[in-house]
Design a protein around this ligand. Structure first.
Ligand SMILES: O=P(O)(O)OP(=O)(O)OP(=O)(O)OC[C@H]1O[C@@H](n2cnc3c(O)ncnc32)[C@H](O)[C@@H]1O
Ligand SMILES: [Mg+2]
Length: 188
């Protein structure tokens, strides 16, 4: 059965990837481009759940809706910038983010997408996808966020920005989170 589900995001690049990731499923996806408040926290699930609760409040209860929050965590910094990567990116740019790690040999990072989905009864379900990689000097087009400085371990030396969207989706944090979400929805 086809399910109508709303994805609340103001990020067009995200939306494009999510549309691709859900294209084979029985979901009739629509987008509400609201810029929701984001809780200041290092707990990624808490952030996603609060964002989802806010989306339900704005759109009204009873409509299945989901949000996702994406973080970039540096192992050397015990998880930071994490969800704050958005503001680092806006204020400093990619080059300085890479330079933050100049004095540290440990460049390990994780890209993490946390989806929070409110079903028609208002129950919230959370799904997470993680991709391990490292931070490198920018390579590839700067079309989407920090894609040029994240090199996943499984990519044979390419940054996300150097990969096609199709290839990125196979190994990405977002791809993994949405694979779980898809499986959940198809079982419902
Ligand atoms: O409306 P929402 O969905 O919250 O969209 P947003 O742009 O605010 O997104 P986040 O709060 O999840 O912040 C994540 C930051 O990381 C960036 N980002 C998210 N996913 C990414 C990906 O797969 N590759 C590179 N950058 C990404 C994004 O542009 C933001 O700067
Ligand atoms: Mg946001």
């Amino acid at each position: 059965m086809v399910q109508d589900i709303v994805f609340v995001t103001g990020n067009a690049n995200k939306l494009k990837e999510v549309q691709m990731l859900l294209s084979g499923s029985d979901i009739n996806l629509s987008n509400e481009p609201l810029d929701l408040d984001e809780l200041q926290d290092t707990d990624l699930q808490k952030i996603a759940v609060a964002k989802c609760q806010q989306a339900v409040q704005v759109l009204g209860a009873g409509k299945p809706v989901f949000v996702e929050d994406t973080a970039l965590t540096f192992q050397e910094f015990n998880g930071l910038p994490g969800a704050y990567i958005k503001w680092f990116l806006k204020s400093m740019g990619l080059e300085k983010i890479v330079q933050m790690l100049d004095n540290f040999p440990n460049k390990s990072a994780q890209a993490i997408t946390t989806i929070a989905y409110a079903d028609s009864e208002g129950k919230i379900h959370v799904f997470e996808g993680i991709t391990d990689g490292k931070i490198v000097p920018a390579r590839g087009p700067t079309a989407f966020g920090w894609d040029p400085i994240f090199e996943p371990l499984e990519s044979h030396g390419q940054t996300y920005a150097e990969m096609t969207k199709e290839d990125k989706n196979v190994i990405s944090h977002r791809g993994r989170a949405f694979a779980k979400f898809n499986q959940f929805l198809s079982g419902n």
